[in-house]
Write a protein that binds this ligand. Sequence first.
Ligand code: NZQ
Ligand code: ZN
Length: 388
Amino acid sequence: MLGNFSYHNPTKLYFGEDSLQYLRDELKHYGTNIVLIYGGGSIKKNGLYDEIITILNDCGKNTAEISGVMPNPTLEKLYEGITIARAHHADFILAVGGGSVCDYSKALSVSVHCKDDPWEKYYIRFEEPDCQIIPVGCVLTMAGTGSEMNGGAVITNHEAKLKIGHVFGEEVMPKFSVLNPKYTLSLPKYQMCAGIYDIMNHICEQYFSGEDDNTSDYISEGLMRSLIHASRIANENPQDYEARSNIMWTATLALNTLVSRGKSTDWMVHMLGQSVGAYTDATHGMTLAAVSLPYYRYIMPYGLKKFVRFAKEVWHVCGKNKSDEQIAEEGLQALENWMKDLGLVMHISELGATPDMIEGIADGTIILNGGYKTLSRDEVVQILKESL
Ligand code: NZQ
Ligand code: ZN
C-alpha cells in the first residue's frame, strides 16, 4: 500500500540554454553579502565564472569567494568556509559547480551560525539545524547527484575515515537552481559516465524496495529507460545537447524527493560506496558502480519479483520459457553490459581499495534496513570482497 506522505519541493528550477539570465532576478530577493562557492577551476576554464561575476557586480553584490571545493568535500574545508562566511556576514550562498559544490554549500548554510560542531551535530548525531540557515542558490555544472533540488549534503571526514550524508529538510534545499545542459558539455567523459551511473543508482535505490504496486515504480522505470537511451547517445557523442539535457533532467527527477514518496527505499549501494569513498576518495558514481553488481546479485533472491520486473520493464528481457531466476539474472546481465559499455569502474581495487581495507570499509558502512535483505556485517564484508 502506498504510505501516507506530504510532498513539497521548494526549489525553483530554471532549465535550458538561456537559464542563467534568471539569476539576476533571483538575486534581488537576497541581501548584499554573497559567498560564491566553486570547485577546482573548471568554471574558470569554460567561462562561467566570468559570467557569474558580471551578474554579481551588475546586481551590486559584495562577493566573497570560497574556491577549491574538492570532489567529496571535506570537513576541514567546511571549517575553512565557516570562517570566511562569518567574516563576510553572508546573506546568501551561491554554489556554482557539481554535487560537491552544492552539497558543501548546503552544509555551510547550516554551519555558519551553528553553536555546536557541525560534524558532531549533523553527521554523528543526525540532529536537525536549530540555528539561522543561510539561503543557497545553485548554478549546476554536472548532472548526477540531484543535489540541485534536494537537501542532501555529504561530507568526508578523512581523519575518522567516514563519508556521511545528512539529508536536510526543505529549509536547506536550494531556493533556486539554474540548470543549463550546455555547462555540462565541458565535463570529462569519466565524470559524465560516473554521473550517469549515479543517476541510475539513485533510481535503483528507491526502486528495489517494497513489493507494493505503486506509481513511483512506473515513474522510476520511465526514468531508467530514458536515462539508458540518452546515455547511449551521449556515450557515442558527448556533445549531443538533446541527450545531455535529458540526462540532466533525469538526474534532478531521480533524487528530488518525488519518487520516494509513500514507499520504502534501500540505499545500501550508497552506504557501501560512500565507505569505499572515505578510504579511497574515489569519484562517487564509480564507487557505486564497483559495488553494485555483487550487491544486487546477492539480494536478488530476496526481492526476486522486483528483479524480474526490472528485467522486463527496463531492459526488455523476454520471459518466455524462462524461470524467474533466469529472467532476473538476464536483467542484471543487461545492466552489467550497459555499465561496461559506459566504461564504468567495476572493481573497487581499480579505485585504490586493497584487501587490508575491507574490514575498515565494512566498519564505516552504515547498515540500513529498507532493502530486500538487511545485511549482517559479515555479508557486508563478503560483498566488499566480491567487489575487489
Ligand atoms: O572542481 P571542478 O574544477 O569544478 O571540477 C569538477 C570535479 O573535478 C568537475 N566538473 C564539474 N562540472 C564540470 C567539471 N569539469 C568540467 N566541466 C564541468 N562543467 O567534475 C569533478 C566532479 O565534480 P563533483 O561535484 O565532485 O561531482 P558530483 O556532481 O558527482 O558530486 C559528487 C558529490 O556529491 C555527493 C557525493 O557523495 C560526492 O561527495 N552526493 C550528493 C548527493 C545529494 N546531495 O543528494 C547524493 C549523491 O548520492 C552523492 O552522495
Ligand atoms: Zn549518489
